[in-house]
Design a binder for this molecule. Structure first.
Ligand SMILES: C[S@@+](CC[C@H](N)C(=O)[O-])C[C@H]1O[C@@H](n2cnc3c(N)ncnc32)[C@H](O)[C@@H]1O
Length: 468
């Protein structure tokens, strides 16, 4: 049913449904988002992530589940197919009433975000870039995956990977910094944050050997003897490091040295969890209901966001790709269900990067279940343990391809069939779009995209010219 054809309400946990404002209903209609996706929102479970999951035995995890069950007083179980996540059946359970949360054993995180971060398949020694990192839920998970991948335990410290987060908003980066200080434990030692524009961010992965103080001292001494700078001026410049271009805004000492920052290598993994309109995320919508719908008007549907957000997303995706090593993997994700922020952005990207350069791969969690097929029909639901994912959106008949002006892009849509949509109705999670893209080789760098090159419908295109 179209969004505009009946009053749209958003279920609020433990309360009466909240009517959505007309501007949001118009947004849903313009973006072809069926309001029915929100209809089971009251029944969605609450998901939490087990901190230090891989360091715990199954007996310890079973005990943790029992403890949460005792505090929550409802059904609690591990999420099948998504390691490290727990499902609490009653979403109105507050984290602050759970001993496991107070003790720092769990953190709130929707399982759809966990699937997006795990889709990167982080391995020991990887340098991981998260181009839109705040408030930092996925960044922390990535650090944990890096520090506890089985091989890293067997190879000791020889392979030292890093996690680099970037966010344009300093206040949000500050939240991220607080989360790192609170939850990252020893992982803090290899995490850094930049406050920067991800569409032009250009700092490379830290220089090899950054973690070896002796090597760093020697390299800095030889560099300063070469350029004639004294120890004193080097110390002074370290004190003022936030003013130095290329220096992280927050990092441990060893990742802040001029040596570490002079790396030239590209990243092994890049997450572009792009700025979006958050329309798929029930948690966000419930927040707007509390803050007042005015915020929703400015942050979701306001002015030309329907056109400016997909362009921003295209630019973030393009820059993330530029910073990715050949052979590396990039995950593009949003918590919007709008096709213009998902398939159209991904399609524009694939149109710029040929098949021998970029392939959209199956998301490991979903392919493991063995039920994914090459069939691209809209009824092709995929399973990851207990989580179901819908296939990508695409026109479903010749007439619709023609009418939507997308006929010339059929080949591009065929290339993105492995991407997944988690819509709240089908997946029982918060809404999320996830595409895992492998870089086969370094292609020519296209110009910074100033438009999404798949045909945008009139209703959206009329919003104005591409904003910068
Ligand atoms: C969907 S949120 C990211 C959520 C985060 N990955 C997590 O898991 O907690 C999008 C973030 O993108 C940031 N952002 C918006 N425009 C940006 C830009 N041009 N460069 C970098 N970050 C940007 C926003 O400040 C926001 O924090």
């Amino acid at each position: 049913m179209a969004a505009g054809s009946r009053p749209v309400e958003i279920p609020a946990p433990g309360a009466s449904p909240l009517p959505l404002p007309p501007s949001f209903c118009a947004f849903l209609q313009e973006n072809h988002i069926d309001a029915a996706v929100y209809s089971n929102s009251c029944q969605l479970p609450r998901y939490v992530r087990i901190l230090r999951y891989r360091r715990q035995s199954q007996t310890e995890i079973d005990a943790l589940v029992r403890k949460i069950h005792a505090d929550a007083g409802c059904r609690v179980s591990e999420v099948v197919g998504v390691p490290g996540f727990i499902e609490i059946a009653n979403q109105s359970v507050r984290l602050s009433q759970l001993g496991a949360y107070i003790n720092g054993d769990i953190a709130g995180m929707d399982v759809s975000s966990g699937i997006a971060a795990q889709a990167l398949s982080v391995e020991p020694g990887h340098h991981v870039l998260d181009l839109c990192c705040a408030p930092g839920a996925k960044l922390l998970l990535l650090a944990e995956l890096l520090s506890t991948t089985p091989a890293s335990e067997s190879t000791g410290s020889a392979l030292v990977g890093t996690v680099t987060g970037v966010d344009i908003a300093q206040h949000r980066a500050a939240t991220c910094r607080s989360l790192i200080k609170k939850h990252a434990g020893n992982n803090k030692g290899f995490m850094r944050i930049f406050v920067d524009d991800g569409t032009v961010f250009d700092s490379r992965a830290p220089q090899q050997g950054w973690q070896d103080p002796q090597l760093v001292r020697e390299a800095m001494a030889s560099a300063s003897s070469l350029d004639g700078s004294s120890d004193r001026s080097a110390r002074k410049s370290r004190r003022h490091r936030s003013a130095q271009p290329g220096q992280p805004w927050f990092a441990p000492k060893l990742l802040s040295t001029a040596y570490a920052c002079s790396g030239t290598q590209l990243y092994d993994r890049v997450l572009v969890d792009a700025e979006c309109t958050h329309d798929g995320s029930l948690v966000h919508l419930q927040k707007y209901a509390r803050w007042g719908w005015d915020h929703l008007d400015t942050q979701v549907v306001g002015d030309d966001r329907s056109i400016s957000v997909p362009i921003l997303q295209s630019q973030l995706l393009e820059n993330g790709w530029r910073l990715l090593k050949p052979g590396g993997v990039l995950v593009y994700s949003t918590c919007s269900l709008s096709r213009y922020q998902n398939e159209f952005v991904l399609g524009g990207f694939l149109a710029r990067h040929a098949e021998n350069e970029a392939i959209v791969e199956p998301i490991p969690a979903f392919s493991d279940s063995g039920v994914q097929s090459e069939d691209m029909s809209t009824s092709n639901i995929r399973r990851c343990g207990g989580i179901l994912a819908s296939p990508i959106w695409m026109p479903n008949c010749d007439d619709e391809w023609n009418r939507s002006g997308l006929d010339q892009h059929r080949a591009v849509f065929a290339r993105m069939s492995h991407a997944a949509r988690l819509d709240p109705m089908v997946s029982n999670t918060s809404g999320m779009f996830i595409a895992r893209i492998k870089k086969l080789r370094q292609g020519a760098q296209p110009a910074r995209p100033e438009a999404v090159p798949l045909a945008l419908p009139q209703s959206i295109a009329h919003c104005g010219q591409a904003s910068k």
